[in-house]
Ligand binder design. Structure first.
Ligand code: FEO
Length: 170
């Protein structure tokens, strides 16, 4: 059985992952309104990935005999100003989530909860990818500046992204 402290912290993380989904689909809507359909597609895939993260924690908590307690999801920003500012906000958000995952891992270590440590290690590794993906796009958007042709090339590339959940979640 999982401790109450870890249960509460995982419930808080579920809320952050669901907020992440909300934030990215808000970005999806913003990009879609600009007819940047590739960027919108990337955000759609990212939102689905966040939902997967939330449900991975949700299912884990139930598996460990814990109680899932869903909380209200905060309203995300609706106007992101520029593609660069949107991705910069995504990167900052991922850095915030990484810190949150690390804090969760600290609790699991302190409690010597080895099962939770194993489950959370998946998230620690995932966050390296999450930050790297956003950082890569931030850097490319900085490079292209105001060049619309280059922006449409990135849009085409981001339109290829498809979210495929791992077949055997770790
Ligand atoms: Fe679930 Fe993007 O971290």
């Amino acid at each position: 059985m999982i401790s109450k402290k870890l249960q509460d912290a995982i419930n808080a993380q579920i809320n952050k992952e669901l907020y992440s989904e909300y934030l990215y689909i808000s970005m999806q809507a913003w990009f879609a309104n600009l007819n940047l359909d590739g960027f919108a597609n990337w955000m759609d895939a990212q939102g689905k990935e966040e939902r997967f993260h939330a449900m991975k924690l949700f299912n884990y908590l139930i598996e460990r005999g814990g109680k899932v307690e869903l909380k209200a999801i905060a309203q995300p920003t609706v106007d992101f100003k520029t593609p660069l500012k949107a991705f910069d906000a995504a990167l900052k958000h991922e850095q915030f989530v990484t810190k949150s995952i690390n804090d969760l891992m600290d609790i699991a270590i302190k409690e010597k909860d080895h099962a939770s440590r194993g489950m959370l290690q998946w998230f620690v590794d995932e966050q390296v990818e999450e930050e790297a993906a956003a950082d890569r796009i931030v850097n490319r958007l900085k490079m292209i500046g105001d060049n619309p042709h280059a922006l449409f090339m990135i849009d085409t590339e981001l339109g290829q992204r498809v979210f495929a959940p791992p077949v055997t979640p770790a």
